[in-house]
Design a protein around this ligand. Structure first.
Ligand SMILES: Cc1cc2nc3c(=O)[nH]c(=O)nc-3n(C[C@H](O)[C@H](O)[C@H](O)COP(=O)(O)OP(=O)(O)OC[C@H]3O[C@@H](n4cnc5c(N)ncnc54)[C@H](O)[C@@H]3O)c2cc1C
Length: 505
């Protein structure tokens, strides 16, 4: 390996979180997220990712030198300049994803989907171009962990954004030091254990020129900003504090979703990318390649998650002794095609890219759009299959690991809970993993996540239509219709072989 590295180690990452950030849970301010049971194990899971950047066994797969800066970084944190580099970036994403079995959705490379293009595309940000360059350098050199919040809170959706001064994020005033902002954004996933947030209007936001300038803001906010409060949802990691045996996923991969509250937060000028510019405040999505790239990251991560689910269903049916039934086999086959489909889409995205800024390439938007749509649907079907094929088995398990430690119960458990192909202990362990994936509160949150994280279902479809209209894809489909219509008219065939065939018996 060549190239200097200042990439965070696991310990450096954990230390970076001890910065006095204001995280609220159960009516109290969390003193140290790295020690609090609601966040500790998730922070450790992320720390493990950082350690893998330095581990000789994985560093080669995960990192490469960024051509533009000479800095060694995660392969997806820098832009790719060829299809081959996108393939390598995908392997780096998958390597990290396998460390959480795909159950950490917002690992640090999620936001690399935007940040990787920030250096080559700095000019887009006009007066703030130097900020883009500086943030890119800091991002790649440390592999910063950023959260991203773009959705306004669910209130008064019927009203214009510029009428929502009391709740939506806006510039309150400007000072020599920066912009003072107030307002809330929903759901800052993982934010309690990130270094900074990226705050912007959602791409579909309608920002009226002459009225919505105060809302036309894109900026970074460091998590120790005294004007920032994170109000967390109910944590899942603490619900099964007894043993990982009972909740092997929620006990270590719960990325708490918080509402980000900005209360007169001063955002230094060097952390601003767009200010009072209604064009750039949403135009940056298309200009940055973010939709092309975040779907690449999400699809790769979901592919790994589907690998786990395919294996889990196969083993679960064997344990239940249903694996010989034709319908059950068909269901396992269906899950396999679902993981094959998502992997195949990421393969297309890597091997058939389109030009990005400054000599870079990004996955083709049409592939990204198809994957975004499919990803949002596939998890519902996984739930349906698991609930149909495993039936009530995931609940036919003792309440906790402690039951297996009870000497009075254990011989009975060993006898009555045995699997068809395995011991009672192994069967219970397997089914508790399945239930955590689909049925616990953590599992339910994953269903909500996969369906919504990329936008509401209508917006996903509307964006597909908008992109196909803008890029000519829909016109090509309509041209094909015209070709078909032009084959014939009222007088019969206008062209083609059919014209010469005599209509006689
Ligand atoms: C687990 C989880 C994690 C998340 N993490 C993040 C994150 O890290 N960062 C982030 O920014 N967001 C995050 N989100 C938010 C996510 O992006 C939104 O939930 C998603 O975009 C849908 O928006 P919404 O929830 O506001 O639903 P809505 O947009 O309100 O959609 C709900 C329904 O209302 C309809 N609707 C809403 N507005 C209109 C309108 N103007 N016209 C017509 N119909 C309308 C929609 O068609 C839809 O059927 C997360 C969400 C979840 C569930």
């Amino acid at each position: 390996m060549t190239g200097p590295t200042s990439l965070m180690t696991g310990d450096a990452y954990l230390e970076s979180l001890r910065d006095g950030r204001q995280v609220f849970l159960d009516g109290e301010r969390v003193k140290d997220v790295t020690r609090h049971p609601a966040f500790r194990n998730s922070a450790l899971s992320v720390a493990r990712l950082y350690d893998a950047l330095h581990d000789p066994a994985t560093a080669g797969t995960l990192t490469a030198v960024d051509e533009a800066t000479g800095i060694r970084t995660h392969r997806f944190f820098k832009p790719s300049r060829s299809a081959a580099e996108l393939v390598e970036a995908r392997e780096a994403i998958a390597t990290w994803a396998r460390m959480s079995y795909g159950f950490l959705g917002r690992t640090p490379e999620y936001k690399a989907s935007f940040m990787a293009g920030l250096g080559v595309n700095a000019g887009y940000y006009g007066p703030y171009a130097a900020n883009a360059t500086a943030w890119y350098r800091e991002f790649v050199s440390r592999a910063l962990y950023l959260n991203h919040v773009i959705i306004n809170p669910p209130v008064d959706r019927k009203r214009a954004i510029h009428d929502m001064e009391d709740v939506f994020v806006r510039a309150v005033r400007e000072t020599d030091a920066g912009v003072v902002v107030s307002g809330a954004k929903m759901l800052a996933t993982g934010s309690a254990i990130t270094n900074a947030g990226f705050v912007a209007p959602v791409g579909s936001a309608v920002l009226a020129p002459g009225k919505a300038e105060a809302f036309a803001l894109v900026f970074f906010v460091r998590m120790d900003n005294p004007g920032v409060k994170l109000v967390c949802r109910t944590p899942y990691a603490t619900q099964h504090a007894g043993s990982p045996f009972d909740a092997p996923l929620s006990s270590r991969f719960d990325e708490n979703d918080s509402v980000l509250l900005l209360d007169e937060a001063l955002i230094p000028w060097e952390d601003v990318l767009v200010h009072r510019d209604v064009e750039r405040a949403t135009g940056f999505y298309a200009a940055s390649g973010f939709p092309n790239l975040y779907n690449f990251q999400s699809g790769t991560r979901l592919s790994v998650k589907l690998d786990l689910m395919a294996g889990l269903l196969a083993r679960g049916t064997r344990a239940n002794g249903t694996d010989g039934f034709r319908g059950v086999q068909a269901a396992v086959g269906e899950i396999i095609t679902m993981r094959d489909m998502v992997w195949a889409l990421t393969t297309a995205m890597a091997h058939d890219p389109e030009p990005g800024s400054g000599g870079t390439v990004v996955p083709r938007l049409e592939h990204a759009s198809a994957l975004r749509m499919y990803n949002a649907q596939v998890w519902d079907r996984v739930h349906e299959i698991f609930e149909t094929i495993l039936g009530g088995a995931p609940l036919a398990v003792p309440s906790s690991a402690r039951d297996l430690a009870n000497p009075e119960l254990r011989p009975l458990i060993d006898r009555f809970y045995r699997g068809s192909d395995t011991s009672a202990l192994e069967r219970i362990k397997l089914l508790k993993l399945a239930w955590d994936a689909i049925g616990t509160e953590f599992g339910g949150r994953h269903e909500l996540y996969e369906r919504n994280y990329s936008g509401n279902g209508e917006q996903v479809r509307l964006d597909a239509l908008r992109w196909a209209t803008r890029r000519g894809g829909l016109a090509r489909c309509e041209d094909l219709v015209q070709q078909c219509l032009d084959d014939y008219d009222l007088d019969g065939w206008r062209r083609g072989p059919w014209r010469d065939v005599a209509l006689t018996d």
